[in-house]
Design a protein around this ligand. Structure first.
Ligand code: FES
Length: 82
């Protein structure tokens, strides 16, 4: 996945998710409400990744936007660029 992060954040962001609730995960990196979409992608070809939480609790969501397991962090932020 390409580096879409504009936030400068390197690691994941821990957020509380609610089972069955729908979320819009920011894929463009421009949202000021990371890791969620705030509509800042308007006018680009990007769109949020919509997902439904499978369980309630804390989840580590990707902020660097390099994860291969969107929206969850897979440790890609610590790997060298390819
Ligand atoms: S603000 Fe980034 S995908 Fe919507």
């Amino acid at each position: 996945m390409s580096d879409n992060s504009r936030s400068g954040a390197k690691g994941p962001m821990a957020v509380e998710l609610e089972e069955g609730r729908k979320y819009a995960f920011c894929t463009c990196g421009a949202s000021r409400s990371q890791p969620f979409c705030d509509g800042s992608h308007q006018g680009t070809s990007m769109s949020p990744h919509r997902f439904t939480a499978e369980k309630s609790g804390t989840a580590n969501l990707c902020v660097c936007k390099k994860t291969g397991k969107m929206p969850y962090c897979d440790g890609s932020h610590g790997k060298p660029e390819r």
